[in-house]
Design a binder for this molecule. Structure first.
Ligand code: AHR
Length: 499
């Protein structure tokens, strides 16, 4: 089948935002303990952080990292995680039925962020706690000194405030599983009070109010309307969370990007409805701060129970296939394509827990399949996101109505004179012949073309073999006389760089 696109730098969507390439570190399973932090590991640095994980985090090209949760944050006392380590209490983590030894807290995370070269994005607990504790944490983190909490931070070893800009006002407060779950009005009022206070400390914070945990929530839409009615002038972003599972139907799985696209469109209409009713000049946008493939029905996703409250249990340690990587690549394409309204995003999560980076306690760190499209997109998407004209055959994915087999986006870096096309072929069965009109870019040639696909789309990387299926040169890609042509195999993700 043939698909056509036209790429012209005259048609733009908005800037490529570094914050699109965020990730997430939650106190959950082995994400923190034996993930980013493992003092006994041979590669641990002087602060107990795994240097191999730091290196992979930098290679992944992560921009922001959201912390410390997730569901965890809704029962978290941030004070437990600061001060002399030997005096910190071990606490029950109700969200994941675990014990948290509190060896890592905000100071360690801030230090790790500097080493990883990422911007921290902090979440406050609006489940079991409220406005005052959020203000205390903000004071602890961002005030340089001269107050009780800022001086406490200094005496804990951090002379200067961390200057954390992005703050999440709780997590998934629409979810009945959330400790302190509230209805939209209760939550909207609490979020507004908290945001008002936080802005009194620093008017330039970027605040994220909780949107829906998934488009499938019964309250989706109405939740956004009520919460934004309470908070519109006080927040900058509303969160969106969405995970995708295979359920043994590959074609349906490949519809993930299409479903994310329609979720974004719906959220935009809910935001803009409130904006219009309020006659506001302000534009609230989206923080897509949890997204990924998550095979939630698998055994390792089940939290421990009963009297068992382990430290850092194996939880949500999904193993990803090449098909999952194609989905992740397409979800990133979708986020970029919506850069006008999606101003921040976080792949959930970074290490071990539904993650592109895996570790063995005391042993190796290795890359899952999903690492590759993320790292390549983060490294090469630059400048401006272009609006493409796309003509594609449709595929039908079981439950999902006809959707385009080709999902594509292009970025254009005028300074470097480089355009990059990112494309997913979402057909489970048919290759696509791509025919792109690129005359608008001038006389360009192909400087790199790679495709990620495999005869067996269910191939998974392991600690022993994480390299035998990698993105490989696509030798079919040609650019000549204002035309770019390429063969895109079924279930594939590609990146084509032109200059
Ligand atoms: O990322 C895993 C969990 O998914 C998070 O803790 C929660 O916010 C979401 O339900």
């Amino acid at each position: 089948a043939a698909a056509k696109i036209t790429i012209d730098p005259a048609f733009t969507v908005g800037p490529v935002r570094r914050r699109t390439f965020g990730a997430f570190v939650e106190h959950l399973g082995r994400c923190v303990y034996t993930g980013i932090f493992e003092p006994e590991h041979p590669k641990a640095d002087e602060d107990g952080f795994r240097a191999d994980v730091l290196e992979l985090t930098r290679e992944l090209g992560v921009s922001t990292v959201r912390y410390p949760g997730g569901n965890f944050v809704s029962g978290y006392r941030w004070e437990d995680g600061v001060g002399p380590v030997e005096q910190r209490p071990a606490r029950l983590d109700l969200a994941w039925h675990s014990t948290d030894p509190n060896l890592v807290g905000v100071d360690e995370f801030a230090k790790w962020s500097v080493k990883a070269g990422v911007e921290p994005m902090m979440a406050v607990n609006l489940g079991t706690r409220g406005t005052q504790e959020a203000l205390d944490l903000l004071e602890y983190c961002n005030i340089d000194g001269g107050t009780a909490f800022s001086d406490q931070r200094k005496s804990n070893g951090s002379e200067n405030g961390y200057g954390i800009k992005m703050w999440c006002l709780g997590n998934e407060m629409d979810g009945p599983w959330q400790i302190g779950h509230k209805n939209a009005l209760e939550y909207g009022r609490l979020a507004a009070d908290t945001a008002r206070g936080m802005r009194m400390i620093d008017p330039d914070l970027e605040l994220v109010v909780c949107g829906s945990s998934s488009p499938g929530m019964d309250t989706f839409g109405e939740w956004e309307r009520v919460v934004l009615t309470e908070t519109y002038e006080l927040v900058d972003l509303i969160s969106a969370h969405q995970y995708f599972e295979d359920f043994g139907d590959l074609q349906e799985h490949l519809a993930a990007g299409y479903k994310m696209e329609s979720f974004i469109a719906d959220i935009v209409s809910h935001i803009d409805h409130v904006k219009s009713v309020k006659k506001s000049a302000k534009q609230v946008n989206i923080s897509f701060d949890e997204w990924n493939v998550w095979h939630g029905s698998r055994a390792e996703s089940k939290a421990p129970g009963g009297k068992d409250w382990p430290v850092a249990p194996v939880l949500l340690e999904d193993r990803y296939t090449v098909a999952d990587a194609v989905v992740v690549g397409d979800l990133l394409i979708t986020l970029l394509r919506n850069t006008d309204r999606v101003h921040s995003a976080s792949l959930a999560q970074l290490v071990n827990v539904i993650a592109p980076i895996m570790t063995e306690p005391g042993g190796r760190a290795w890359k899952q399949t999903t690492f590759h499209p993320f790292a390549l997109t983060s490294r090469h998407a630059a400048g401006t996101v272009l609006q493409l004209a796309v003509e594609s055959p449709l595929v039908s994915g079981g439950k999902t109505a006809d959707f385009a087999a080709l999902s594509a986006v292009a970025t254009f870096d005028a300074e470097a004179g480089e355009a990059v096309v990112f494309a997913a072929n979402r057909s489970a069965t048919d290759a696509l012949t791509l025919d792109a009109a690129v005359a608008g870019l001038g006389n360009v040639r192909v400087i790199e073309a790679v495709t990620y696909a495999n005869k067996d789309p269910y191939w998974q990387a392991t600690a022993d073999d994480s390299t035998s299926v990698l993105p490989a040169d696509n030798v079919t890609v040609k650019a000549d006389g204002g035309r770019l042509t390429a063969e895109l195999p079924a279930v594939s993700w590609s990146m084509i760089r032109l200059a």
